[in-house]
Write a new protein. Sequence first.
Length: 762
Amino acid sequence: MGLDTTGRQDVVIGYTVDIISAQPRTVGVVCQYRVGNSGAWTTVTPSSGSNPYSQAAGTVGLKTTVSATLPAGANNQPVVQVRWACWRGTETGNSSGFAIDNITATSSPLGGSDTTPPTLALSAPFSPADNSTNIPIGTGLSVTFSESIAAGTGAITLYKQSDDSVVQAFTVGTSAVTISGATASFTPTNPLLNNTDYYILIPSGVITDTATVPNNFAGISDKTVWNFKTIPADITPPTIVSVTPVTASTDIAPPTSLTITFSENVQIASSGSAKIYVKKVSDNSTAAEIDANLFGPISVTGAVATVPIPLLGYGVAYYVTIDAGAFEDVSTSNNAFVGLSQYSNPPTNSVLSWTFTTVDVPGLVTSYAQTFSGLTTATPTLPAGWSTAGGAGYVTTYRGDWGTTTPDTVNIGATLGGLKGNASVFGYHHTSSTGTTYNSTTLVGTPLSQILTLRNTTGATLDNLTVAYKGRTNIPANTRLPAYAVTVNGTAVSALSYSTTDPDNTQRNVSLTGLGIANGETFQIVWSSFYPSGGSGSARQIGISDVVVNVGTGTETYPPSISGPLIPVLTTGSTTVEVQSNVISDGGSGITQRGYVYSVTSLNGAPAIGGANVSQFIDPSSTTGALNSTLAGLTPEVNYTVRGYATNANGTTYTGAVTFTTLGPPPSLTLTPYNQLFTGFGSTLVFPAGWTALSDAIPPVQAYGSDWSSTASNGGFSGNVSPGVLGYRHTGSTGNLTVTLRMLNGTASPLTSLYVSYQGRV
């Protein structure tokens, strides 16, 4: 049933429920309403009768007479719907018959006979409350009545009590006064004065009720009915409660920021030229100068100010001064911080000071050594002088034992990256979430830096150094290959570079001259590594162990350092292969031999000099530098493993192992045309004779990806279709693919021209 209650209120629905015939299965009915043509139905609450009604089994006749007044939400509505929903019981047999009869709907005019004017609400009608004190000067004002109200004519007026002057008149019916239900709200355009008494008057007729014939609120004409007093002005400047680094602290890591906690909420001063200084106690020289009024470098949250500073030195005593007016409170008075400008050297108890001393680093007199035996799961603390650095958000959490992985409990299947140890190694596991990704295409990324800081305590300028360490790697099955680039005193030293393609425990060493490090100054050796963005899969773990730094070029000697090997694309033939390595250091002792060892992989997967089934190529040169050679006499279509090596008086160092497969005999081009339809090329990846297809990604993506025309998104080769196709799906990690056909000239004469055709497929 649809009703139009526009201009009406107090809608009453009446009806009767009659059972016409008694049958074994009982029935029931419920009356419901809703406003509008859609939405949820609400059960009507009767003032008399039963709703819902359920039949008593076997009864007939008039059962209930219902009268119900719909809630006020149904008043003055263009559409109100009423329905009766019925149901039957779970008994077997026929259902009883019933009827809804004598339906009536009555109402009265909107407003009806309401002649009662609105009054102030009985409980808490005013905000701020009458006679309240310490009211913030920007507070909004509101008054609540006994019923819903509307705007009449006129204004609510705010007065200053001392002289009855008008502060502001808030005209009803404009944006100055917001009416919601029984409450009228208004806010002064300008903040009030501190420590001042105010009162509010409302003339009769300014506020009415919502009756058809509005009834006027009698008004407030007595200035004692609603008055309040604002909070006294804030005249107290903020003071320092605590600082970080804690004053007088010693042996702390050089901080990258200062933290100041004040006695109240503060902000950076909006004017002036206030600065914050970090100075050396020894000579009052400035180590850091921060302009507070530049806003950008300093962040303030509530009462806490964070001040970024450049990295400070090791083993240095500092003090901090803050100019007056650098900070101010957030009151309307903007009370300025008086500053922290006093310092005495030496300090006295009568003078406020903020001092701290950074931890010193190991001094290098003749030699320094570090095995990282103390970097364990139980004590995951770096040795003195060691630190890390990286880009924003880089991860330095200790993740447990070297060679193990830590599952990510949030991203199922992922691994948590971070520091690794407990095996006499300072290791790191790069992941895509450690903040150390480097994109080799865009050249964007910040490395993880593992830093050793030492102080020259030789008593003289330090010109010559010998640096040695062992490069470490673990989880060799992983396919991303991080590598170290190493700097000494800010200069890149390629002889110390290390890649996780090299074997674990690979020795790296170098003798350096002309450093010019003054006595007492610090210098750093930095190992930097990235999470490689190219390729796919997880990264191998990379690390450092057995670090030795000696003054002078020294008499210490080590086995040679050699990196590689690399087999350039398109250099593998049927019986030959080109191999490239680099002997990067002789270890302080002349190279006596260098070259390659190789073997059929199935017979020996780790070739070494003198090993079973191992062939050896000896390079005629015995110097450091490039080791580029061609291995010949190989068997076609055989998988080989090759390693480079270099030998001196201290032993032989091998590169990591690389495998390759020689090509089959190429097809012969005779006067009969050559055709290749790639029939049968598919997941077995058997290339026709003479054909190669190589990805230059690191590592190369040489696997079968999916069948031709498949919608799968994984990269790799594609085929298994008729007519045949040698296909490939490129992704962001597949790199470039080079497809090559090699053929022999079998025409018995020189070839001067060729006709080549093919069908491109997509």
